[in-house]
Design a protein around this ligand. Structure first.
Ligand code: BGC
Length: 687
């Protein structure tokens, strides 16, 4: 910590030092000024575990040498936590805080000042290549989970860096595409998760997006960065550019980008030229330096826990994977009873080589542990059962057209008491820089399922995917379907425990699983003409569209089954506090995420989604146990963004508050009369 005040430091810094301080010196570090006690600050990926080169940290190098089987070459060992879509499916704020804390602690131990995450962009449509990094298609869920993660991470004295501000919803044209939308859509959907994170968790940094918004680069948008983020929401941290997002350093400085990353050769000259021409002022330069110094103060302490407890973090990674597993279908086949099975067939390469993360900047190359579903299934079954496996080598050597693949599956499945089929899309479908081209599984995987279904009445499908896929064509061939997402290093254990009922699934979809791409409203406007993508669907993204326009998805937002059952009753309203009773009516302990949605008055003359998520609570219950659950609403939950007034406004009328276990299953509801927030009558003087 520097004992000089920022004012003193700024006086002592030369103009050159200031300009250099505002841009990185390499791919991850800021410019150090040792004579003034200012050390380099390091900014590193990823939101699911640290990605630090061992050459950057003595401690990282020491740890790597203690893990002789490391697979990541020069990368530090890291606990690989589940990716964003999995964490989103947990709907568990406390868990996200724990995960954020653990990831933050690992970063801090490796000398990181700013952890580049969480990614809280909305999933506008299912093809976005980075959906696996994002939490949800809903701003309340995304913002709540993001805020909890930030709170946990920052407890370590490092900055979290929520990203990518804003509307980074596709990878096509990712460096320049303009996301074009009206003000209401921007406020209610695409700014909203960031607003929640900023107001609830006070992140010390935030990352601007690559793309443009209504024609203006996110890195140059005074309106988004200065007027909304800083002035309106009170953000007092540092805006870091996405890597190479800055076009002109002086323009970005004026818009309020304090730190341009990584090193950019022309940044210094751009600042110097603009300063000489009077286009940037001392006040702007010193203001940015001052805020960067604050980041330095906040993040330069020694780590509180200098050693990483990889065992404890692995247990947390397993727990996070467990809570993310989402059971979509169960005709009674699950959970499997280990002691009754003599012969199990496991099909699919992912059983032995699971996808634990996606590709790009978030990919953990050197996970501290790796559990594979196959090994964990074998370990739970023990010696009493024989486990047969058909992987890539068996399956790819068959010619689908003449049915060899099916014959092989049938031959093995016939002998099995249960068939567990691991399904996935190609790895390139879960990648930064690339969008997916569809939501279907490769046809040969459907063939495997169909064949297994012909001879077995216990076929379980495990979807090892990073985002929504269509299940429509093959779901009837599976007796049970669960989504394991890209579940991190603990996924293998979590899948096996769930299959055999050692753990009860409690994940709920944070994104709609559409039946077909044609059903997704936002797809009509994707990917745009290469230069711009118009968000013509407005508020009709995700379940807002499916529910309002009565389109049947495969599985709706908020959906997820359990091995037990829950009953909702006795909804009461006390002011804006909504309470109800939730009871576990089954015979196993389990967790339910109760969801609260608000619908605008029927007579509203405005366009509104049929309902919108405003609150949720994940509740753990023993068999037979019941609890009163309370969800507190705020006035803002009944307001929409009025572009004429530039404010959140409520229309007067009767709103419906509904509660239940998914957006399509809301057994409780109550009406609530809300007064007008503004006087919207026009007086003659308005004319
Ligand atoms: C990604 C960011 C990432 C950064 C640093 C960019 O390409 O968009 O999410 O944090 O690289 O690796």
């Amino acid at each position: 910590m520097n004992r000089l005040t920022h004012g003193d430091l700024i006086k002592k810094m030369t103009l050159e030092q200031k300009f250099r301080f505002l841009t990185g010196v390499d791919s991850n570090a800021t410019y150090p000024i040792p004579e003034l006690g200012i050390s380099a600050m390091r900014c590193h990926d990823s939101p699911f575990g640290p990605r630090v080169q061992t050459s950057r940290s003595e401690y990282a190098a020491k740890i790597v040498s203690a893990f002789p089987n490391n697979t990541g070459g020069t990368e530090a060992v890291a606990t690989a936590f589940p990716t964003g879509s999995a964490l989103g499916a947990t709907w568990n704020r406390g868990l996200l805080q724990d995960v954020g804390r653990a990831i933050g602690q690992e970063h801090k131990a490796y000398g990181v000042n700013a952890l580049l995450g969480p990614a809280v962009n909305l999933k506008r449509h299912p093809l976005c290549g980075r959906n696996f990094e994002y939490f949800a298609e809903d701003p309340v869920l995304s913002g709540e989970l993001g805020a909890s993660y930030v709170q946990g991470a920052q407890e370590n004295g490092i900055a979290a860096c929520p990203k990518h501000y804003i509307a980074n919803n596709q990878e096509r044209g990712r460096f320049s595409v303009s996301s074009e939308m009206d003000e209401r859509t921007m406020r209610e959907l695409y700014l909203a998760p960031f607003e929640r994170v900023v107001k609830k968790a006070d992140p010390w940094s935030i990352m601007c997006a690559y793309n443009r918004i209504n024609g203006v680069y996110a890195s140059e948008s005074k309106q988004l960065l200065n007027d909304i983020l800083r002035r309106e929401w009170g953000f007092d941290g540092v805006v870091i550019s996405d890597w190479c997002a800055v076009k002109d350093r002086a323009v970005s400085l004026k818009a309020s980008i304090e730190l341009c990353m990584p090193y950019q050769a022309d940044a210094y000259d751009q600042l110097a030229r603009a300063y000489e021409a009077g286009e940037i002022t001392d006040e702007e330069v010193n203001g940015a330096v001052d805020r960067l110094l604050t980041l330095h103060d906040r993040t330069s302490s020694a780590p509180k826990d200098p050693d990483i407890d990889f065992e404890a973090h692995h247990a947390l990674a397993v727990q996070a994977a467990l809570e993310s597993i989402t059971l979509l279908k169960n005709n009674g086949a699950l959970p499997l009873e280990a002691d009754k099975l003599r012969h199990v067939l496991v099909i699919g390469e992912r059983a032995k080589k699971p996808f634990i993360g996606g590709d790009g900047s978030s990919r953990i190359k050197n996970p501290a542990h790796l559990t594979t579903p196959f090994d964990e299934i074998c370990s739970i079954l023990g010696k009493g059962a024989e486990v047969d496996f058909l992987g890539e080598a068996d399956i790819n050597s068959f010619d689908n057209e003449i049915g060899f693949l099916e014959c092989k599956v049938i031959e093995h499945a016939e002998k099995a008491d249960a068939v567990i089929v691991f399904l996935n899309q190609d790895f390139s479908c879960t990648s930064e820089t690339m969008d997916r081209s569809d939501i279907e599984l490769p046809p040969y995987q459907e063939h495997m399922l169909r064949a297994a279904h012909r001879v077995s009445s216990r076929v379980i499908a495990v979807l090892n995917v990073g985002s929504a896929v269509s299940t429509y064509k093959w779901a009837r061939c599976a007796d049970g379907i669960l989504v394991s997402w890209l579940g991190g290093q603990g996924m293998g254990r979590a899948v096996a425990e769930t299959l055999f009922g050692l753990s009860n699934p409690s994940g709920k979809l944070a994104e709609t699983f559409p039946r077909s791409l044609n059903d997704v409203k936002a797809l009509e406007n994707y990917p745009g003409d290469g230069r711009k993508t118009v968000y013509r669907e407005g508020l009709m993204a995700g379940y807002r569209h499916f529910d309002t326009n009565r389109v049947e998805p495969d599985y709706p937002f908020g959906f997820g089954l359990s091995y037990t059952a829950f009953a909702y009753s006795d909804l009461r309203l006390d002011g804006l506090d909504v309470s109800f009773t939730l009871k576990n009516t089954g015979s196993r302990a389990g967790a339910e995420t109760a969801q609260l949605y608000v619908s605008a008055p029927e007579e509203s003359w405005l366009y509104h989604p049929e309902k919108e998520l405003k609150g949720f609570a994940k509740v753990f219950l023993q068999p037979g146990e019941e609890k009163r659950v309370m969800i507190r609403l705020t006035e803002r939950d009944f307001r929409y963004w009025n572009p004429m007034l530039h404010d959140w406004v409520s229309e007067p009328g009767e709103y419906t508050v509904s509660v239940g276990g998914s957006s399509r299953s809301l057994p409780l509801s109550v009406c609530l009369t809300v007064p007008a927030s503004h006087d919207l009558t026009f007086s003659p003087s308005d004319e």
